[in-house]
Design a protein around this ligand. Structure first.
Ligand SMILES: [Zn+2]
Length: 167
């Protein structure tokens, strides 16, 4: 089961493991981007402590996100499969003080798995969603192209956390 929030006690050595699923429509920033209000993310989280006593959250996410293809306007499922590792910090300043190879995650006393997972999914979605390869059947006219400029992904992705390198 995934708790709603991870308290300091949920981080330890050896790492505390939590596994479960989260409904995609329950994620407030992701929900408006879904082509249909359904789908789940499978999540495994490990709350650990590093050698400096910092709270480290490692996670793995598997999801199939229903999005609208901006070329043919059909629905397809964008696969999200990835891992992440963040260091939980209390303030932006604390995050900036971390060594460069550590990714800060600013949080209050409790880390919300729903929020962390939503952010990772938003980062994994393409700026312009499109069917892969030959599965796409584009319309004859240019409607799909015009809609790309209005893609909700383009504006949203600028607002979520950026990372220096991939997984
Ligand atoms: Zn398509």
């Amino acid at each position: 089961m995934l708790p709603d929030g991870l308290a300091p006690d949920d981080f330890g050595a050896p790492p505390r493991v939590h596994e479960g699923t989260l409904a995609l429509p329950s994620m407030p920033r992701l929900a408006p981007l879904l082509a249909v209000q359904e789908g789940q993310a499978w999540v495994r989280l490990e709350g650990g402590l590093d050698e400096a006593g910092r709270r480290v959250l490692e996670g793995r996410i598997e999801a199939s996100v229903p999005v609208t293809c901006q070329r043919c306007l059909g629905i397809y499922h964008h696969p999200v499969s990835g891992a992440f590792r963040v260091v939980v910090v209390a303030t932006e300043e604390e995050g900036e003080a971390l060594p460069d190879d550590l990714e800060p995650y600013v949080s209050g006393s409790s880390v919300r798995p729903l929020q962390v997972v939503e952010e990772e999914i938003l980062l994994a979605l393409p700026v312009v969603s499109r069917h892969p390869g030959e599965e796409c059947a584009p319309p004859e006219h240019g409607a799909g192209v015009a809609r790309e400029a209005l893609s909700p992904f383009a504006s949203l992705q600028g607002k979520v956390r950026r990372r220096g390198s991939g997984d």
